[in-house]
Design a protein around this ligand. Structure first.
Ligand code: AMP
Ligand code: MG
Length: 491
């Protein structure tokens, strides 16, 4: 393993900046006054071949805020469009973020560096091009929490604060987030070329994506169809992961859909405190279009929008056949996730029913299912105190008691010993879930200039299955005051 690099030694190779100029706007970062580094992620640094110990906070801030030119960077704002709340909007694009460039690491992996909050671009419409501290902290935390749960996600190299303010819910401090992911191509990139009638460019975009994200299909009989098939599969698996962990994205517009199936563009997201299928994370979503239980069908809708945009590339029948696979793929992936959470590896004809029955109990009794599944992980059947702990999750115990009995019989079929099963269950049943009240507390203190609560929370999210002495209260139910937290698109 080669020694890690410093920031000015990153191996930039900016393939997107070599595409036609009409695909983006070249734009420099608009400097952000009096900025400082709030947090950086050593794991993401290593993905970029950076040595975390060689990252100078001053240098990182100067590079991100455009005070000093970052060697190898070629900032640009991408053009894309998309369907927002079901309606096509041709006027989208990076309105407050810039793709700084792409870093290729020693393993040949390519990562986009995208600076969110970098100032106005040609696609800002009426926006100021800025991101505020509140939403930037929420996106930073979300990336770490999802990565900790093993759910595909974008992450960030760092989070910057500033003394500059802008108007949102009153005046709020500005911030920047340096997002890192292999892919910033959204479903909306395809929609842009399709709806503007640029079908040659659409073909070129598909070729670019094949080369870059899906090279395994370049020699396929129909590479674009194979790519679409893969996108359907990844998206179905992503939906299953969200539903298994009670994650509500909040704004599932097609411009927020990553082509590689990562959770992308965090806004008013929520991890459910109680299992409420009709929970809506974004208070501006008056139609409840993006309610928790609708997410799989909305992702299917979004995949259909992508299929529409790919009609010049792939036969309609083929796209429809791939879309028809979604529901089966989703259900299989969901069952797999839930079985893992229940510590069941072997196959039994009754497994689907067992999961369905548990789900019915979760819904009926509005259970905090992440806490429940963790308690189930530690359950000692027959020990009165342990039984009581589980039954305390419900008001009417009969259905749960019957289910627990079935579950216990089913678990006996497993080959793995009880301690091994428990260990496996611990790895997928977190003690700590990023609840909105935790983010609110972190934000409240950050607004006072205290970032310690943020730094205290990060290890809990990154190692969410471990015991964290001194922070066990975060493993408990949400406090009463948290019921009134109010989230909107405003960011
Ligand atoms: P979002 O709701 O964050 O997915 O953003 C939807 C669209 O609005 C994207 O094209 C963003 O770039 C743009 N946008 C959001 N906030 C701002 C802002 N403060 N300034 C300029 N454009 C913005
Ligand atoms: Mg977005």
């Amino acid at each position: 393993m080669s020694a890690g690099r410093a920031l000015n030694q990153l191996n930039f190779d900016n393939s997107y900046a070599r595409l036609p100029e009409s695909w983006f706007e070249r734009r420099q970062v608009q400097s952000l006054q009096h900025s400082h580094l709030i947090a950086f992620c050593p794991e993401v640094a290593r993905q970029l071949d950076l040595d975390p110990c060689r990252i100078s906070p001053e240098e990182l801030v100067q590079y991100c805020t455009g005070v000093q030119a970052w060697p190898g960077v070629e900032p640009l704002a991408m053009k894309y469009t998309g369907h927002q709340f079901g309606v096509y909007n041709p006027d989208l694009g990076d309105g407050r973020g810039l793709l700084l460039g792409e870093v290729v690491n020693s393993r040949g992996e390519r990562y986009d560096l995208h600076l969110k909050g970098a100032g106005q671009t040609a696609f800002s419409r009426f926006g100021d091009g800025r991101a505020v501290l509140r939403s930037s902290i929420r996106e930073y935390l979300a990336g770490e929490a999802m990565a900790g749960l093993g759910i595909p996600t974008t992450r960030a190299l760092c989070l910057l604060g500033s003394e500059e303010h802008t108007l949102r819910n009153g005046m709020e401090p500005c911030a920047m987030l340096l997002r890192v992911t292999p892919c910033h191509i959204r479903f909306g990139h395809f929609e842009y070329f399709f709806y503007s009638g640029q079908h040659d460019e659409l073909k070129r975009l598909a070729d670019y994506c094949l080369q870059r994200f899906f090279p395994q299909f370049l020699d396929a009989e129909q590479p674009c169809a194979a790519m679409y098939r893969e996108v359907v599969e990844r998206t179905a698996k992503l939906a299953a992961a969200w539903q298994a962990y009670g994650f509500v994205h909040g704004v599932l517009n097609t411009d927020n859909m990553s082509l590689i199936g990562e959770t992308f563009d965090y806004g008013p997201y929520t991890f459910l405190d109680q299992y409420e299928p009709d929970h809506v994370a974004n208070k501006n979503d008056h139609q409840a279009r993006y309610a928790f239980h609708k997410q799989p069908s909305i992702l299917l809708w979004n995949l259909a929008a992508l299929a529409q945009a790919m009609l010049p590339l792939v036969e309609r029948e083929q796209l429809e056949a791939e879309l028809d696979r979604f529901q089966g793929l989703y259900e299989a992936a969901y069952l797999e996730r839930m079985k893992a959470r229940l510590g069941l590896q072997s196959v039994d004809a009754g497994d689907q029913r067992l999961v369905d029955q548990l789900q019915a109990i979760l819904v009926e009794q509005r259970i905090d299912h992440n806490r429940f599944l963790r308690a189930l992980t530690e359950w000692q059947p027959g020990h009165a105190a342990s039984d009581r702990e589980l039954l305390a999750f419900v008001e009417r115990p009969e259905a749960l008691q019957a289910w627990l009995q079935q579950y216990r019989l089913r678990a006996r079929q497993e080959v793995a010993s009880e301690p091994i099963r428990r260990q496996q269950m611990r790895s997928v049943n977190p003690r700590f879930i990023l609840r909105n009240y935790m983010a609110e507390e972190v934000i409240r203190e950050a607004h006072q200039g205290d970032y310690r609560p943020l730094h205290d929370l990060l290890p809990l999210l990154r190692h969410s299955g471990d015991v964290h002495p001194g922070f066990e209260h975060y493993a408990g139910p949400r406090p009463q005051w948290a019921q009134s937290i109010y989230l909107t698109c405003s960011s």
